[in-house]
Ligand binder design. Structure first.
Ligand SMILES: CC(C)(COP(=O)(O)OP(=O)(O)OC[C@H]1O[C@@H](n2cnc3c(N)ncnc32)[C@H](O)[C@@H]1OP(=O)(O)O)[C@@H](O)C(=O)NCCC(=O)NCCS
Length: 170
């Protein structure tokens, strides 16, 4: 059975492992290999741990089975207000371990995150996905996200990549 709860410091390594394994699997052939090979679970775990104490208001939800983290979602305010100032909240990252894709865990996490945004009286939410990350885009579309027309660019390992945005009405 999958349980959801707020992320704790003891989840940091599990969450970082999910993140790194996801990047290597989902972004192979999109983000340069050199960048993906350099991803470091310990460094990412430290970032999650310090983030928990430095920014306690951020919403971070973990999905666990038998106390093992299988996925997580994190976010709060819309960080891309330069493009979409009218949108209140943003799911900054959502990851499910590749061994557990397409079992409904991402859906549970995104719906739980939306509930938290509703408690904050937010009416809209944005998510960004790499244009080439077609599975994630299919997920957001299945969840009711509406593709927007303004894109942004991010550079990874010297390669410039387009990100597309999806709007959710909460
Ligand atoms: C995107 C991601 C979070 C989806 O999580 P998941 O647990 O596999 O998704 P779910 O099983 O909950 O699927 C929810 C819905 O999305 C659809 N969906 C999920 N992945 C899909 C895919 N690859 N292709 C088509 N539809 C998909 C499901 O069919 C389901 O639709 P339904 O409710 O109508 O049946 C997960 O694949 C992941 O972690 N990917 C790598 C990281 C990533 O790209 N994150 C997003 C960064 S922008």
């Amino acid at each position: 059975m999958i349980n959801l709860r707020k992320m704790k410091p003891s989840d940091a390594t599990g969450v970082a492992t999910i993140q790194v394994d996801c990047w290597k699997k989902a972004y192979a052939g999109i983000i340069p290999d050199k960048y993906l090979l350099a991803l470091d679970v310990n460094a990412k775990a430290k970032t999650w741990e310090s983030g928990l104490s430095l920014n306690p208001d951020v919403i971070r939800i973990v999905a666990l089975e038998k106390n093992v983290p299988l996925g997580f979602v994190a976010g709060l305010e819309n960080r891309s207000s330069a493009f979409y100032p009218e949108i209140a909240s943003e799911a900054w990252s959502i990851y499910v371990h590749p061994d557990h894709w397409k079992k409904g865990i991402g859906k549970m996490l995104l719906l739980a995150f939306i509930e938290e945004m509703k408690k904050l009286k937010h009416k809209t939410m944005i998510v960004w996905a790499l244009e080439e990350n077609l599975p994630a885009r299919a997920f957001y579309e299945a969840m009711g996200g509406v593709l927007q027309n303004q894109n942004q660019t991010q550079t990874f390992g010297g390669k410039s990549l387009t990100e597309v945005a999806y709007l959710f009405h909460l």
